[in-house]
Design a protein around this ligand. Structure first.
Ligand code: AMP
Ligand code: MG
Length: 465
C-alpha cells in the first residue's frame, strides 16, 4: 500500500464528510453529487482510502485564491549553474562585488591624455600644440609614462590614464605630426576620463536575490569574474490531460472526439517561465487511469491537470485528489472563465486541477499557476503588468459577483492604450486566445462598461515576468 493511501487513512481531513446518498439532502441542488460519484466514493471507502463524498467547498475570490496559493509555496533549494545556462533563472543570493569596475582609471575615448588646463583656449583656428610622450594601449602598462605640463600621451579607449593627465581629447579633435599633437578643442577636467570603480565599487550590492537573470545581469556577473551563479532549482512540473474524448496528436480522434490542446499550451507556458514540464499523457475519465497518472505525477514539484473538475457526471479529479491525500485549499473561484479551479497540496507538491476548456485552463494558468511556478523558482515579481486602457466597444456581462477576464487586443496610439475584445467570448472559442494580447479585467462589481470608459488590462504576451 502506498504512502498516499496510508496518509489518507490515518489522517482523515476534517472536511471529509460521511457518505451521502443522492437526494439525501446533502448540499444544495448544484452541489448534489451524481450517482456515479457517490458510487466511486463508496468504492474508495471500501478500499479504505476515503471516508465519504467530499463536501463542496464554497467559492473564493481571486484575491483569496492567490493568498491561499502563495501561503503554500516556498522557493525551491539553490543550485549552482554556469553563466551560460543562467538566463531566466532566479538569483538565490545577493551579489556583492569583490572588485572595482573598471579596475583602474582609464580613458573613455581614443585620443590624447592631457592636462585639461593645457588645452584652454584651443579652437579650430588656434590649436594648442602638445608634445606626444608615448602611448597607452588597452591592456598595456604605463611603464613610467607621465603627462607633464605641455605634454600629451596617445591613448586608446579602456587604456590606463597616465599620472598627471586629468582629461582626454578625442582623436577627432586632434592632428598628430612629427611628435607633436595639435588640439582643436578645449576640454574640462575629467572629460572622457573613467574613474576606477565608477561603474561598480568594491562592496556594492549589484544584484538582489529574487531577481530573474536577464542577459545584462549575466554581463554584470561576468564583469565580476563570476563564472557560476547560485539560482533556485527549476521546478519539475507534471502535466496531465483528462477526458474520454481526447486523442493525442498523431492519433485519429474518435467520433465526437477532439485533440488534446491543453498539454501543449501548458507545457509551453511552464517552459517559458523556467519550469521543466513533463507531459504524462491523457487519463481517461476512470478511477484506474486517473489514479495511475496522478500517482506518477505526485513526485513532481507541481502538478497541473486539466478537465474533470466541474459538476459533470464523470468529473472525478477532485475525488482522486481526496483519495491520494491531496489537501484541497480551494476548488471554485469567482472568476469567469475558470470558476472550477482546484488547488491542493500533498507534502511538498502543489496540485492544480484546471478546467478542461482550453480558454479557461490557459486563463487559470496565467492567473494562478504561473505565480506559484515563479515563486517556486524564487522570483519576487509574480504578476503580469496591468495598465489602464480606453475601451473601444461596450461590454455588458449580466453576471455580476465575479471577475470577468475577457480576451482583448490592445493598441497604443500617442502613448494611450486602447483595447477591444477579440470577439465572441464563449470559453469554447480558443482561437480568440491566440488572437489576444491582453486580458480585460472587469471587477465583480462592474459587469457593464460603456465604450470610451477606462478598464484595466493585463498584458499577457510580454516577456516580462
Ligand atoms: P471538462 O472540464 O472535463 O468538463 O472539459 C470541458 C471542455 O473542455 C470539454 O468540452 C472538453 O472536451 C474540453 N477539454 C478538456 N480537456 C481538453 C484538452 N486537453 N484539450 C482540448 N479540450 C479539452
Ligand atoms: Mg472532461
Amino acid at each position: 500500500m502506498s504512502a498516499h493511501k496510508n496518509h489518507a487513512m490515518q489522517t482523515p481531513a476534517p472536511w471529509r464528510a460521511p457518505l451521502a446518498e443522492p437526494g439525501s439532502g446533502f448540499g444544495t441542488e448544484t452541489t448534489r453529487p451524481w450517482p456515479e460519484r457517490v458510487e466511486l466514493a463508496k468504492r474508495l471507502a471500501r478500499a479504505g482510502v476515503l471516508r465519504g463524498v467530499r463536501p463542496v467547498k464554497p467559492s473564493v475570490s481571486m484575491d483569496q485564491a492567490m493568498a491561499l496559493i502563495l501561503e503554500a509555496v516556498q522557493p525551491l533549494e539553490l543550485e549552482t549553474v554556469s553563466l551560460l545556462e543562467a538566463e531566466g533563472r532566479v538569483l538565490g543570493q545577493d551579489v556583492v562585488s569583490p572588485l572595482m569596475v573598471p579596475p583602474l582609471d582609464c580613458s573613455a575615448m581614443d585620443g590624447y591624455a592631457v592636462r585639461a588646463e593645457d588645452t584652454r583656449g584651443a579652437a579650430p583656428d588656434c590649436p594648442v600644440r602638445l608634445q606626444v610622450r608615448g602611448e597607452s594601449r588597452a591592456g598595456g602598462g604605463l611603464e613610467g609614462l607621465r603627462v607633464a605640463r605641455g605634454a600629451a600621451v596617445r591613448i586608446m579607449t579602456g587604456a590606463p590614464m597616465p599620472p598627471g593627465a586629468d582629461a582626454v581629447v578625442q582623436v577627432e579633435e586632434t592632428e598628430e605630426e612629427h611628435g607633436f599633437v595639435r588640439i582643436f578643442s578645449a576640454v574640462t577636467p575629467w572629460r572622457n576620463y573613467r574613474r576606477a570603480g565608477e561603474s561598480i565599487a568594491q562592496g556594492d550590492r549589484v544584484l538582489s536575490r529574487g531577481e530573474r537573470l536577464r542577459p545584462a545581469d549575466l554581463g554584470i556577473l561576468a564583469s565580476l569574474n563570476q563564472a557560476q551563479v547560485a539560482v533556485h532549482r527549476r521546478p519539475r512540473v507534471a502535466v496531465i490531460s483528462t477526458g474520454d474524448e481526447l486523442a493525442g496528436l498523431g492519433q485519429q480522434a474518435r467520433q465526437g472526439g477532439i485533440h488534446d490542446v491543453n498539454a501543449y499550451t501548458l507545457c509551453a507556458e511552464v517552459q517559458k517561465y523556467g519550469g521543466r514540464p513533463q507531459y504524462l499523457g491523457i487519463a481517461r475519465d476512470s478511477l484506474a487511469d486517473l489514479q495511475a497518472l496522478f500517482r506518477q505525477a505526485l513526485t513532481a514539484d507541481l502538478v497541473i491537470s486539466t478537465g474533470g473538475v466541474s459538476m459533470g457526471r464523470y468529473d472525478f479529479v477532485k475525488d482522486i485528489h481526496a483519495a491520494l491525500g491531496i489537501e484541497t485549499r480551494f476548488e471554485w473561484v469567482d472568476v469567469k472563465p475558470g470558476k472550477p479551479c482546484v488547488f491542493g497540496v500533498q507534502g511538498h507538491t502543489l496540485v492544480f486541477g484546471l478546467p478542461g476548456n482550453p480558454v479557461s485552463s490557459l486563463t487559470s494558468f496565467i492567473q494562478f499557476v504561473r505565480p506559484a511556478l515563479l515563486r517556486l523558482m524564487g522570483a519576487r515579481r509574480l504578476h503580469k503588468p496591468v495598465v489602464e486602457a480606453i475601451l473601444t466597444e461596450e461590454i455588458n456581462k449580466r453576471q455580476a459577483g465575479k471577475v470577468h477576464l475577457l480576451r482583448g487586443s490592445f493598441t497604443i496610439e500617442n502613448s494611450q492604450f486602447y483595447v477591444s475584445t477579440t470577439g465572441d467570448q464563449k470559453a469554447s472559442i480558443f482561437r480568440s486566445m491566440s488572437e489576444a494580447n491582453c486580458l480585460i479585467v472587469l471587477p465583480a462589481d462592474r459587469p457593464r462598461v460603456a465604450a470610451g470608459e477606462k478598464v484595466a488590462i493585463q498584458l499577457i504576451n510580454h516577456d516580462e515576468v
